[in-house]
Design a protein around this ligand. Structure first.
Ligand code: FE2
Ligand code: FE2
Length: 334
């Protein structure tokens, strides 16, 4: 989902004849489906694009805990609370794997966090929408994690080794997230009239923001070509969006809920659903910071960072003492 925010670092694919021998060898390895590892030579733009993409992905996992964390204390049963807690903890874990993957490219987690807090780096626009009812926990798991899987499954084949390996583990956990969301929707959609209404309302509010998670249309995506040649991006935004719609419509039918799009219909000729584009003006507004929850989300992250300062300082002090003790023991032994 996070490819949506990656800005262009180049102007299209460099023709082979203009590549240096080093660049050519690098591209050959990618074309042969070999992974690039941290100590391998890589073009600066490849490194920069990856740091941006993995960093924004990591931030999205971390900020993504907030809309659901909001409901842990209000889950309707102990079982639902335990499930939601586990799901939100998974997202923290995803953030950690991804920060670690980004660190192998020479950027520290502290630097990435500072870039998030200063607004230089973004996170997925979806997490700037509020979660108003318990049914939203269903819609988020079903649609938001569903869209995340759609984006992340192809990234298991991405050319950068640490990123691709992180994705393999993350995708396994994401399918549990998606199922728990769908399970909540199933319960609500088959519940009382009021519950069914809540489920429909959640779908109405999360449908278009979920479609936005794949990023703007390919026509406007300037960075796609180079990222695809480098196998940082595997599918285009429009391909993934179509796949998501095709997969989700029958799931909504099974729930007895309707997708809030009057123009949605099966296109026999294309073998796909036709559907309405989301409002891209809204997408860019939210990305710029004008979404309903941008301010809250950033304030929560800033507080978490400030509140954790004593703990980070404590860890550093402990590490320093340990190092000094080891040095003293070494001197004594000599
Ligand atoms: Fe995740
Ligand atoms: Fe997830």
């Amino acid at each position: 989902m996070y490819a949506q925010m990656v800005k262009s670092t180049g102007q299209g694919v460099k023709p082979r004849e203009e590549m240096s021998p080093q660049e050519r060898a690098f591209q050959d390895r990618i074309d042969a489906d070999q992974k690039i590892e941290p100590k391998d030579w890589m073009p600066d733009a490849y490194r920069k694009t990856l740091i941006r993409q993995i960093g924004q992905h990591a931030h999205s996992e971390i900020v993504g805990q907030l809309p659901e964390g909001n409901w842990i204390t209000r889950a309707p049963t102990l079982e639902r609370k335990a499930i939601l807690l586990a799901k939100v903890q998974d997202e923290a874990g995803h953030g950690l794997y991804l920060y670690c993957a980004a660190e192998t490219l020479g950027v520290s987690r502290d630097e990435l966090t500072q870039d998030l807090l200063s607004g230089r780096m973004k996170y997925s626009s979806i997490f700037n929408y509020p979660t108003l009812t318990w049914a939203d926990m269903g819609a988020v798991g079903w649609l938001v994690d569903g869209a995340a899987i759609m984006n992340q499954v192809p990234l298991q084949r991405t050319s950068y080794g640490p990123y691709s390996r992180a994705m393999i583990r993350i995708c396994k956990e994401e399918s549990f997230h998606q199922r728990q969301g769908y399970d909540i929707m199933m319960k609500m959609a088959n519940g009382s009239d009021a519950q069914k209404k809540m489920a429909q309302d959640a779908l109405n509010r999360f449908w278009y923001p979920s479609l936005m998670m794949f990023g703007p249309s390919d026509k406007e995506s300037v960075h796609s070509a180079q990222s695809m040649a480098w196998k940082i991006k595997i599918n285009t935004n429009d391909e993934l969006r179509q796949k998501f719609v095709d997969q989700t419509v029958p799931q909504a039918e099974l729930l007895g809920l309707s997708i809030p799009d009057p123009d949605l219909r099966w296109n026999e000729e294309r073998g796909h659903y036709d559907f309405s584009e989301p409002d891209w003006t809204e997408f860019f507004d939210v990305l710029r910071g004008a979404g309903p929850c941008n301010t809250d989300r950033m304030a929560a992250r800033r507080n978490a960072w400030d509140d954790g300062a004593w703990f980070r300082d404590g860890l550093m002090a402990h590490a320093e003492k340990k190092r000094a003790r080891a040095a003293a023991a070494k001197t004594a032994a000599e």
